[in-house]
Design a binder for this molecule. Structure first.
Ligand code: ZN
Length: 88
């Protein structure tokens, strides 16, 4: 079961907090275990758009991208620091 708090209330389309629960469905995860997980579905009635809330444990790409950006920034800072002070 996925906590309701993981289902965003704000619709990315109309920016209103109009998303309500819309049931759940079984989804095959793409990790090497291929375990099946329940995902929550939400719907914005005014837009008629449906949304899916994934559990934190399922990598959806976004958190990984943020980590990569952070790593790149740290690498750059370290390179700059080394330029200024070669003993670091
Ligand atoms: Zn909407």
């Amino acid at each position: 079961m996925i906590a309701l708090k993981l289902l965003p209330r704000q619709c990315p389309v109309c920016r209103n907090e109009t998303i309500i629960g819309h049931g759940r469905r079984l989804r095959q995860s793409h990790d090497d275990q291929h375990k099946r997980i329940w995902v929550r579905r939400g719907i914005c009635r005014p837009c008629g758009k449906t949304f899916t809330a994934l559990p934190d444990s399922l990598p959806d790409g976004a958190p990984k991208r943020r980590l990569d950006q952070l790593a790149n920034r740290l690498t750059k800072i370290l390179a700059e620091t080394r330029k200024l002070n070669p003993t670091v």
